[in-house]
Each structure stands twice: as C-alpha cells, then as structure tokens.
Design a protein around this ligand. Structure first.
Ligand code: ME8
Length: 511
C-alpha cells in the first residue's frame, strides 16, 4: 500500500537573538516526527528556517549597528548551525529574505486582492513589536503606567497608520465550519477548544500592511506599504515548495502540509489567520497544527531577564545531543507547559539512557562478544518466558502508531522504554550467563531474543536518539533499508544467525 507523503514544518525562527531551549524544543519535536515517518516508509519533507522581516528584526539590526539584511545573514547562520548541533534532518532551510519567498508572497497577496478580501483603510490600535501582533482593547492591561498584552505579557504600543486590511470578519463562520469538519486540524484538543471559543466571539478584520517602517516585502504596486510580517512569514510553508508553481513536484507531492509544529503562543496565527488566508486564496489549508506548551524553568517561563535560561548548545557540549533530545521529548509534556532543570536532565539520562537502554545494549553486546565470538545462532523454539516477553512487547507496541498519529510522543517513549525495562528483567530472570556450560542452545536463544528486542527498541527510539541507536543498529549489522517499522506488523528483524560487532559505551552515567 502506498503511504501518504508527509510535509512537516517547524516555525521559522526570529533571528533576533541567540537560539534558546524553546527553539531547540520545537525543532527536535518536529525532527522526531520527520524521522519517525521516514522510518515508517513515508516520503517526507521537513522544513525549517528564519523569519527575517518586520519591526522586531529591524530594531534588533539597528541595535547591532548593522543593515537589516547583513544582520539577518549573520543571525540566520546561527540558526542554520543550530540545525546541525541538534542533529535535525531537515530537507530545506528557508529564509524569508530569499527571492523564492518574495515571489510566493507576492502571488498570495495578488490572489487575496483578486478574491476581494483586501481593502485599504486606517489601523488604530495596539501593537506588540516583540510578538509582531495586534491586540484588542480587552486584551491590554496597564502596569506602572505602561500597557501590556494580557495574552503574552509583552509591551504594546499605540499605532495609527494607513493600512491594508484582510476581511477576516467574513471568515468567522467558514472557519468554524472548517474546524468542525476537520476535527484534528488543531491538536491537542484543549488548544482546539481555545481557538474555537475565540473565533466564536467573532473575528475582526486584520491589518496586513504597515507604513511606519520599511523592512519587509513591499505590497505589490504600492511601495509605501510593507506586508504584515505574519502574512509574509506564514507563506514560507508554500515558498519552500516553489509555490506559485503548482505543477512542480514538490508542491504536488507535499501540499497541503501534513503537520505544522508550533508553540502555543503562535496558535492564533497558524490556526486562524493561516487557514483563512489560504481558503480566501483558493489554496487548501494544512491538515494539522499542533501547538505544544512552553518550557519553563521551575515554575517560571524561561527568559533572559530572569536569568533562568538553559542554553541548548552548552547542554549539548556537556551531556550530548541525544541526551538533550531524549530529555526534552520524554520529560516535557507536549500538550501543556513543562519545567526543565539540570537535575531532572541528569536523572533522566541516568535512569532511562544509562541504566535502562544503554545497560541493556552493553550487557548483551559485551557478553556475546566475549563469550560467543560475536555470533549467535537460534536453534530452539521459544520458551514460555520468551513467549511472555514477546507478548508483553506486542502489548506495548500495539498502540504506538496511534499515539504518533496524534503527536502523543510522551506515551510513545514511555511504552518503548518500558519494553527495554521488561527486556532487562527477562535477562535478569533467565540468567543466560549461568547456561554457558549446561545448556548453550538455550543460552543462545535467550541472547538471540535479547538482541531482537534491542533491535526493535533501537528502531523505535531512533527518531529521538538517532546517533546512539544508529551505533547499535550498525553493530547489529542491520542494513539501513531494514531499519523501518514493518516489525510492528509482526515480522522479525533478525535472521536466525546473527553476527554482531563490538559496541562502545553509549551513555556515561552522570555521578
Ligand atoms: O514565533 N518553550 O519565532 P520565535 C517552548 N517567527 N517553545 C518556545 C519557547 C519556550 N520557552 N519560546 C519560544 C516565531 N518557543 C515566528 C514563527 S512561523 C510562520 C513564524 C517556540 O523565534 C515558539 O512557540 O519567537 C515558536 O514555536 C518557536 O519557538 C519560534 O519562536
């Protein structure tokens, strides 16, 4: 059966400062799904990049004493480097200052104009530069004489200027109908409810151009206006597929996008504005927007001013990239906010990676290398305890695809690490080392099943900890093409005759 193509995106990052843990989290989360779907034999396209226009970037460039484009060249490179440091498997990295993107944004604007969804008027209201967002009067609070958004806590300023508007108010009912018809368009469900409740109150027309600064894409035929940075930025998802050339293979293969991974702070843009723009332009909206929670430090949001930022690059150089990836994906709840700390990171590395999966691999590999010359041949039928382990493993793998279909990665990891735990227990109970003299065939069978379990666990954990699991799969001599999820349908991975190579320590215990 032909599998669906899968187009997954991260938000394109504002290069207005150095990457932080929230950026790492969003990127790794998306990368895990890209890798998982590739391993499940889907054709995958995974996009990330940088969001380089607007007042926020213009101000950051001024502060740095650079022309905006020079500034973006410098900072975009830092984010590109991040993709390597986090070991992302992205197929493309888009910058919104690229020609291909300008072409795509211009075309989308022209379509919206043609459909009668754009008109010229004047914007009077609140704007937050750091969120690049407009807020209603009832979303503002005053503290010490200054105004802030109640939604994000960011400072807002009063803006009055000529602006083009998008007739978002016309889309209230059509969007609600779209959400009801496409039940899984917004996940998790709590975010879907949040959006539906907001839309139900009625949408106001949206200002989609600015005239008080210049750093952006000019409105076609009206150079006084630059296009609102969110209309510009969201279009990146189309630009990367060579839109407006709808006949090219990338667009044909991958639009509509399968999954936009985003943080909850930018849900409104992706779940309301984006499908409205696309529906108005006669383009199919994406299939899903998943809004993950915030990473907190203790109970507080991580922020520079609070000095509680854990720097992803420092963590990687101290603990390793798989370690950071595993910790963020396992311990931070994907739907809600989650706090992280060095202590929890170390506990997680020790308990799950070093003592559980790492120990399982190490003990079996070194035993097979030292006692069996690296070769195991299975000759016997499964014993009762073998069958029990196989049955328990099947129970734990049964729902894995369903969990991943709804981005429930926390449950997925818990189940997989549980398989590792059960396999360690099986080895402790069966004590193969005691059988070397009296029953070598039985010993071989136990080791064979242990290696089969290691192969399964490694393939399942591969999207999360690709470096370490690849070492194990290499040492098991499993060729790259066979590292897929077809065993979930009941097949075995290893043949009866297994030859392994030596395996070095995967995870050092942190003391
Ligand atoms: O929003 N915890 O860019 P950005 C979890 N350019 N996620 C966090 C976080 C935290 N503490 N802080 C930020 C933008 N993020 C736009 C996107 S897409 C067309 C344009 C997440 O650099 C945030 O939710 O401010 C977002 O998903 C991503 O990091 C990039 O944030």
């Amino acid at each position: 059966m032909k599998k669906n193509n899968f187009y997954i995106t991260t938000p394109i990052y504002y290069p207005s400062g150095n990457p932080h843990m929230g950026h790492a989290y969003s990127s790794i989360f998306a990368d895990v799904f890209a890798r998982y779907m590739r391993n499940d034999n889907h054709k995958v396209y995974f996009l990330t990049g940088t969001d380089e226009h607007g007042l926020k970037i213009q101000k950051a460039a001024e502060k740095d004493g650079l022309e905006p484009l020079k500034y973006c060249d410098k900072l975009s490179k830092v984010f590109m480097d991040l993709t390597n440091q986090l070991n992302l498997s992205n197929d493309d990295f888009i910058r919104t200052t690229e020609k291909r993107h300008y072409k795509s944004v211009n075309d989308l604007w022209n379509r919206l104009e043609k459909s009668g969804d754009i008109y010229l008027s004047k914007y009077k209201g609140w704007y937050s530069v750091s969120d690049e967002a407009y807020y209603n009067e009832d979303e503002i609070i005053e503290k010490n004489g200054k105004k802030f958004s109640t939604f994000s806590g960011s400072p807002v300023e009063w803006v009055e200027e000529e602006s083009f508007f998008f007739k978002l108010s016309n889309w209230t009912d059509k969007l609600l109908e779209f959400y009801y018809k496409n039940k899984n368009f917004i996940l998790p469900v709590s975010r879907r409810n949040e959006v539906i409740n907001f839309v139900k109150t009625g949408l106001k027309d949206l200002s989609i151009s600015r005239t008080s600064f210049t750093w952006g894409i000019k409105v076609p035929n009206n150079a006084k206006h630059v296009i609102y940075v969110w209309l510009d930025a969201l279009t990146n998802y189309l630009s990367a597929l060579n839109f407006p050339d709808e006949k090219n293979n990338l667009y044909k293969d991958f639009w509509p996008a399968s999954l936009h991974i985003i943080g909850k702070d930018i849900l409104r843009f992706h779940a309301i504005y984006w499908p409205a723009f696309l529906l108005a332009a006669g383009i199919q909206p994406p299939k899903r927007v998943f809004g993950h929670g915030w990473i907190l430090s203790g109970d507080e949001k991580m922020s520079k001013s609070k000095g509680n930022i854990l720097n992803p690059i420092e963590i990687i150089s101290t603990y390793g990239v798989d370690q950071l990836r595993y910790y963020l994906m396992k311990e931070v709840s994907h739907g809600s906010d989650g706090s992280i700390s060095l202590k929890n990171l170390e506990n997680c590395i020790n308990s799950d990676l070093a003592n559980n999966y790492g120990n399982l691999c190490q003990r079996i590999f070194s035993f097979v290398s030292n006692n069996c010359n690296g070769t195991i041949i299975k000759t016997l039928k499964e014993s009762k305890s073998d069958l029990n382990l196989i049955k328990e493993t099947q129970k734990l793998t049964k729902n894995l695809r369903t969990e991943m279909d709804t981005q429930n990665l926390n449950n997925y990891i818990k189940s997989v690490i549980n398989i590792s735990f059960l396999t360690n227990k099986y080895i402790n109970d069966e004590e193969p080392w005691k059988l070397k003299k009296e029953n070598i065939e039985k010993m071989n069978n136990i080791l064979h099943l242990s290696l089969e379990q290691i192969a399964k666990i490694s393939i399942l954990l591969n999207p999360i900890i690709p470096l370490s699991t690849s070492k194990v799969l290499d040492a098991l001599n499993i060729d790259k093409k066979s590292r897929n999820l077809s065993f979930l349908d009941g097949e075995n991975i290893l043949s009866k005759n297994v030859k392994i190579n030596n395996l070095k320590i995967l995870f050092k215990k942190i003391i």
